[in-house]
Design a protein around this ligand. Structure first.
Ligand code: NI
Ligand code: MN
Length: 226
């Protein structure tokens, strides 16, 4: 399974013949510039954790004219269904077997509204079980005790956690989150894009290392394989 960081909280996850795109925010990200072209992404599914603009900006452009299916909470799914897109609605605690593997929509502590003010349901994260791996994609969230439920059901190979602070967990809380989900291999995201969430990379990595954990920070367009 290959995970490519597309900047901010945008990820492309590739395995077998599948491409999943998570929270596409590319054209509005000043850090991306010309590094990523939307037309090159070609996902068969788009996973959306919540409705904020920095997670859904490029959904319509990417999904238009394709068979790509949008997977998110009920309210976000209905929002895109009304615009004519293929969707699969989920809600917290629910799992579904898709052609690529299984997803569970899990709790996140955050907010969720579209840029036009439309209600975007409650925010969440995903546990992806596919190609023999379990990955937790936390979405935008605070540290929450609900994370302790995840290892009761899954042995994670990777936890993708926000680390930028201010709008989500910061580094210290992400270390605790890594404990809660019982996964020492962490990919950090949701940092550096705006002034509010700039982090010290060296300090972030050292903080994880001191706790006996591995923090991966990928450059835009860079991939890791698990
Ligand atoms: Ni958000
Ligand atoms: Mn966000």
């Amino acid at each position: 399974m290959e995970i490519t960081f597309l900047g901010h909280a945008s990820l492309s996850v590739k395995f077998d013949s599948h491409t999943l795109l998570v929270d596409p925010f590319i054209t509005g990200n000043p850090m991306v510039k010309d590094a990523i072209k939307l037309k090159d992404l070609k996902p068969d599914f788009i996973l959306l954790t919540h409705a904020h603009q920095d997670h859904v900006l490029d959904v319509e452009e990417i999904a238009s004219g394709t068979n790509c299916k949008i997977i998110s909470n009920y309210e976000i799914a209905m929002y895109f269904q009304e615009k004519g897109f293929e969707v699969h609605p989920m809600n917290h605690g629910g799992s579904w077997s898709f052609p690529f593997g299984k997803l569970k929509y899990v709790q996140a502590v955050h907010t969720s509204s579209f840029a036009d003010g439309t209600y975007g349901g409650q925010p969440g994260g995903f546990v992806l079980s596919a190609a023999g791996k379990n990955i937790y994609i936390a979405g935008d969230t605070a540290l929450t005790m609900d994370m302790k439920l995840i290892p009761k059901q899954f042995v994670l190979d990777l936890a993708i956690l926000p680390i930028g602070d201010n709008f989500t967990m910061g580094i210290e809380d992400a270390v605790h989150a890594s404990d809660f989900v019982e996964c020492s291999k962490v990919l950090g995201y949701h940092y550096d894009t705006f002034g509010y969430i700039e982090i010290d990379h060296k300090l972030a990595k050292e903080t994880f290392k001191k706790a006996g954990k591995e923090l991966h920070l990928l450059g835009i367009g860079e991939s890791m394989t698990i």
